[in-house]
Design a protein around this ligand. Structure first.
Ligand SMILES: *Cc1c(COP(=O)(O)O)cnc(C)c1O
Length: 524
């Protein structure tokens, strides 16, 4: 076995053909099985040796506990091991490549974390007098400046706490602008098929009716159909660009002009801004409002590592309706412009998205990331993200169906379909096979416009060696799915659990542990 050019050792298929009995422990090499903490410890044993306490009782009165709490007793090493084993069953970006699409960037530079933990940013309170938090306000102000500059827009609301929250912020500003013009009767928002699911949800939540606009065969908005639907009942459009098929909407300027001419506003879902940052300014495309997911474009933690942050940039037309507060530099002093101090120019503000000013920790991380890259570095990030996605697309389009491959390069994510797999095989089998190869699966069955979609987003941080290994793994699994290899139907074989009933788990999760002992006794 030799290390190949990319620095990993491909194995021969025979390597796994030796039949070995299952281990008596259920452990697989150093990957250990782990039961629930209630199953490994029990309430009758204790892991610690404290004397009886006598202080708390008197103060609790009627609230004094009368029955034991029933927590499992474990010693410190047992407890530490339990949680450490559980943590090892979680796949994360610090372990390996994460091909999930529609998530955008995933790596969180350690420098960001260090800056966010500086006490002047992490130990401040939102109600502190502003002269004691000048540095924190300057961070918000500087980040706002970068966001406005990078997008070519007029202003930015920093407070929304996620992408979907930003969408709501943008749509509420559009509604306020329409109402100010006496056009509040416009009740329709047009949303293309290729939009992210949060877009129609946001429009509906804000009280609008949503109408679908079809996609063209090449995966973009059908501009003619969109233009044909414009009229005096349309409040605006919500377009994801780059869209969820990983494609750039080339007609954006033409669409914006048509929407404006018909009296509506243009909302752009900018969650995928990392694919175009430094290359395209949404302001030049006629966009009126767009959210930016700091957790997708500017490297702040995502998902369980959150919270997110979704600032919204506004055009000149919508700026008077933007929410409060925002930070202003008044002769070298950073001040918070709030309801009392907003003045006439912001009298039209639709209100607030949150009680305070937004996610300070995320602002610090995002600004750290932006300053450590600089404008030219950010442009390179988007170029590298797009290059990596196209490398995957072109390396695999001979094996997997790439529905929009013929219409040219993709942006930051490569989209494949399940067309061409053997009868009875689908995207889920490829995903499960990838787990055996040591990869978290890609995004599956999304976007809905493509049958059995597989959306792969490598991001800019992956090396060619990492991409080559992933490509080899996906190619091998795809070939097995095309050949109808039955062992793929029961994959994963090396993971602690194989095929879960995912629908049942999602619809009826069992979140409370019940002691099986009384049940067993009752049955006796
Ligand atoms: C992730 C995403 C959203 C939603 O962002 P959240 O921060 O998860 O609310 C919206 N649109 C697109 C295109 C996305 O990828």
């Amino acid at each position: 076995m030799s290390i190949n050019q990319s620095g990993w050792r491909p194995t021969s298929p025979e390597a796994n053909t030796v039949n070995v009995p299952a281990s008596v422990t259920g452990n697989k090499a150093l990957m250990l099985e782990e039961a629930l903490i209630f199953e490994i410890g029990d309430a009758k044993t204790t892991g610690v040796d404290f004397g009886e306490g006598d202080v708390a009782h008197d103060m609790l009165g009627d609230l004094t506990r009368t029955a034991p709490i029933g927590l499992p007793g474990l010693s410190e090493p047992e407890t530490v091991r339990h949680y450490t084993r559980l943590s090892r069953q979680n796949y994360g970006i610090d372990l390996g490549f994460f091909p999930l699409g529609s998530c955008t960037m995933k790596h969180n530079p350690r420098l960001n974390e260090k800056m966010a933990r500086l006490p002047g940013f992490s130990d401040v309170h939102p109600l502190q007098p502003v002269d004691t938090v000048q540095g924190a306000l300057e961070v918000i102000h500087q980040l706002a400046h970068w966001l406005v500059t990078l997008t070519g827009m007029t202003s930015v609301a920093m407070s929304p706490k996620a992408g979907a929250h930003g969408e709501l912020c943008g749509i509420l500003a559009i509604r306020a602008a329409l109402e100010a013009k006496g056009e509040g009767a416009r009740k329709i928002i047009l949303v293309p098929e290729s939009a992210h699911g949060t877009n129609p949800a946001t429009a509906a939540f804000a009280g609008y009716s949503v109408e679908d606009i079809p996609a063209t065969a090449e995966g973009r908005v059908d501009t003619a159909a969109l233009k044909a639907r414009l009229g005096p009942d349309v409040a605006g459009v919500m377009i994801t660009n780059p869209n969820t098929c990983g494609l750039f909407e080339r007609d954006m300027r033409e669409i914006s002009d048509a929407v404006h001419a018909a009296g509506g506003y243009v909302y752009c879902d900018g969650a995928n801004f990392n694919a175009i940052v430094g290359r395209v300014r949404p302001g030049d495309l006629g966009i009126d409002a767009m959210h930016i997911n700091l957790h997708k474009t500017f490297s702040t933690p995502h998902g369980g590592g959150g919270p997110g942050s979704g600032p919204v940039v506004f055009s000149e037309a919508l700026t008077p309706y933007a929410p409060l507060p925002f930070v202003e530099n008044q002769d070298g002093q950073f001040v918070l412009v709030e309801e009392e101090t907003a003045g006439e120019h912001h009298a039209g503000s639709f209100g607030r998205m949150v009680a305070f000013h937004g996610q300070m920790g995320m602002f610090t991380r995002a600004l750290t990331y932006i300053l450590s890259h600089g404008a030219d570095g950010l442009r390179q990030v988007s170029e590298d993200a797009v290059l990596n996605a196209n490398y995957i697309l072109r390396s695999l389009d001979d094996t997997l169906d790439a529905p929009f491959g013929p219409s040219g390069p993709c942006m930051h994510e490569a989209l494949f379909s399940d067309s061409g797999l053997a009868a009875g095989f689908s995207t889920i089998d490829i995903a499960k096979g990838l787990i055996d190869e040591g990869f978290h699966p890609m995004t599956m069955y999304f976007p809905l416009v493509v049958h059995g979609a597989m959306l792969v987003e490598p991001t800019e941080t992956e090396s060619k060696a990492a991409l080559d290994q992933f490509i080899a793994a996906l190619r091998s699994v795809a070939e097995r799915a095309k050949a109808g290899d039955p062992s793929l139907k029961t994959a994963p074989h090396f993971a602690p659990r194989a095929r879960l009933d995912e629908t049942l788990a999602a619809r009826k999760p069992v979140l409370v542990w019940k002691d099986p002992a009384p049940l067993a006794q009752a049955a006796e």
